[in-house]
Design a protein around this ligand. Structure first.
Ligand code: ATP
Ligand code: MG
Ligand code: MG
Ligand code: MG
Length: 563
């Protein structure tokens, strides 16, 4: 591509309304332009990256045998009424009418539509299993659209839906999809973690998320160093119906406790056996000061030691002590229930003690409530990180807290949608069976932003080669004054293209500074500079995007390919 014909539109200024670096750099590089809240146009430069992501996703999905479809973005309300989600989705869903006053929504997801499709086409066990996927525009009226494409309202998702005769076959396909997501992220070349997740409003049993690690990530992940435990802390905080448990948080008991005013009542509500004793307890001290009370071995309640967050014994204030005594001083039997609002502490304590943990407000008026907002827990939680990170569990694997960007999500849905929409197929014996379903979402547009969050420096984006808009930049020095430079560049450009290298030839006639700055800002992984001096010496100047220094290489295609 000749940049003179590419409508590149870069800027040095950091846009005032862009909070995180990926949003800033996408705007500065001219990859996207804002149309309205959470609505963006992809420029030709942005499209090059988006298409590469799509190609990788498509190849890996095709390789699993999943079949591509394209469903309507606009969906009739009746389907959503049948599944019971028309009301459940609330304001997240953009609703509309046609001229005949029929109700529709702009699809935030497609479980209903695909189930309807399968219902019309599939009637026998011989047609299962099947896995359909699409790469398509979704609309979610997010409460806070922000961070550009990271949390847009209109965005591009790859969503896949599989149908099975039984749970075992669903489980098999789930692992095929999990492996495909791993392959996609490995190919793109990002640092990521797979974590246990909460299945939220979509429902279902097993679910895991794929998170690209980045400080700006909206999710917090608790990951053990040996890698055996990894969960979105959201999964540990969300209330879920009795009996349904997140896979990795296995033992956590999640129960709301309305109207409970004392520990004893709480124990009673949660049916905690009286003989249970907690080994670690988090309470909120004065001014929401977090206090970690540690009970070791066979300590009795009278021996509760208060430790501050550095593990150093810290005196309790009189008020704190009396509140704590009031609540914990009723004897060992009064200890027990789980505080899930400090999820990692709860996990940590469970891992350490195999027992239960409770949090109480300093004022004792109410216990830390399971529905307490994350925003309010965040300040205390930040301090608690150190404690969690530095305590080793008995099996020797410390927990680490990481921040992540959710780029993929795989679910085992079970029969939730097939049942609601009355999808049945006949088994070998001619008996009607309700198929098991899985669904698998991947944020095609979000991962472009996530890649930038992870891969950038002060000069701009440092694309992983697999999704870079161009592989190589050719930059001529003083081309206007040198026929030799012009000629050498044209020849190189033609040779690179013939060799299948995706090259951006900067023939815009700019000064070297702006050309270098643009190549770095838009993140081209490799750069060749052609100058009279180099041509005389038979060399080209090469610099990798992340290299600190350039180097002279032989003026030949072989040398370029090697670099
Ligand atoms: P989040 O927790 O970030 O709101 P989600 O759990 O609601 O995401 P899913 O329903 O699991 O999202 O959708 C599958 C994928 O679609 C997500 O893993 C994410 O990559 C992408 N996605 C979801 N919402 C958005 C959005 N508003 N903007 C861009 N991508 C999104
Ligand atoms: Mg969401
Ligand atoms: Mg999520
Ligand atoms: Mg999700």
């Amino acid at each position: 591509m000749r940049l003179s014909a590419f409508a590149l539109s870069t800027t040095k200024e950091t846009p005032a309304d862009a909070e995180i670096v990926s949003h800033q750099l996408m705007l500065r590089a001219g990859m996207i332009r804002k149309l309205g809240a959470g609505l963006y146009t992809w420029s030709p430069l942005g499209m090059r990256v988006l298409r590469r992501v799509e190609a990788i996703v498509r190849e890996e999905m095709d390789a699993t045998g999943a079949l591509e479809v394209l469903m309507p973005a606009i969906q009739p309300a009746e389907l959503w009424r049948e599944s019971g989600r028309w009301d459940l989705m609330g304001d997240l869903m953009l609703r509309m009418h046609d001229r005949g006053e029929r109700e529709y929504c702009f699809g935030p997801t497609h479980e209903e539509v695909i189930t309807d499709f399968v219902k019309r086409d599939v009637s026998s066990y011989k047609q299962l299993p099947v896995n359909y996927y699409q790469i398509q525009t979704k609309f979610r009226d997010e409460i806070r659209p922000r961070f550009g494409l990271m949390r847009a309202r209109e965005f591009i998702m790859k969503d896949a839906y599989s149908f099975h005769m039984d749970e075992a076959d669903l489980d098999r396909e789930y692992h095929v999809m999990r492996a495909a997501y791993t392959a996609i992220l490995d190919r793109i070349g990002l640092d990521y973690r797979v974590v246990a997740a909460d299945s939220g409003a979509i429902g279902g049993a097993k679910s895991e998320e794929f998170h690209v690690l980045a400080q700006t990530g909206e999710d917090e992940l608790a990951v053990s160093e040996d890698g055996r435990y990894a969960a979105n802390t959201e999964a540990a905080t969300t209330h879920r119906p009795e009996g349904e448990r997140a896979a990795a948080t296995g033992e956590l008991k999640k129960v709301a406790t309305p109207g409970v005013a004392t520990i004893a009542q709480l124990c009673q509500t949660l049916e905690v056996p009286a003989e249970k004793t907690a080994k670690a307890i988090v309470v909120m001290g004065e001014d929401a000061r977090p206090i970690l009370l540690v009970l070791r071995g066979d300590h009795t309640l009278n021996e509760i030691k208060a430790e501050n967050l550095d593990g150093v014994a810290t005196p309790l204030t009189f008020a704190e002590e009396s509140v704590i005594r009031e609540h914990f001083g009723a004897g060992p039997g009064s200890l027990g229930p789980v505080n899930l609002n400090i999820p990692v502490i709860a996990d940590f304590a469970l891992a350490n003690a195999g027992d239960l943990v409770v949090g109480a407000n300093y004022d004792g008026a109410h216990f830390v409530n399971f529905n307490w907002g994350r925003d309010s827990i965040e300040p205390q939680f930040a301090d608690l990180r150190n404690v969690v990170a530095g305590d080793t569990s008995p099996d020797g694997s410390p927990l680490q807290l990481l921040r992540g960007i959710e780029v993929g999500h795989v679910f085992q849905l079970g029969d939730k949608y097939s049942k609601a929409l009355e999808l049945t197929v006949l088994d070998e014996n001619g008996k009607a069976v309700t198929p098991q379903m899985g669904c698998y979402g991947f944020g095609v547009s979000r991962i472009v932003a996530a890649a930038i969050e992870q891969c950038h420096d002060d000069s701009g984006i440092c694309w992983p080669t697999a999704i870079a808009p161009f592989e190589l930049a050719i930059i001529p020095i003083k081309a206007d004054k040198s026929a030799a430079v012009r000629e050498a560049c044209e020849t190189l450009y033609a040779e690179c293209r013939a060799a299948g290298i995706d090259v951006a030839f900067d023939d815009r006639g700019l000064r070297p500074g702006p050309m270098f700055a643009d190549a770095e800002l838009i993140g081209i992984p490799h750069r060749i500079v052609v100058s009279d001096r180099g041509l005389e010496a038979g060399t080209l100047e090469y610099k990798g995007r992340r290299d600190s220094e350039s180097q002279n290489i032989e003026h030949s295609m072989d040398a370029i390919k090697q670099a």
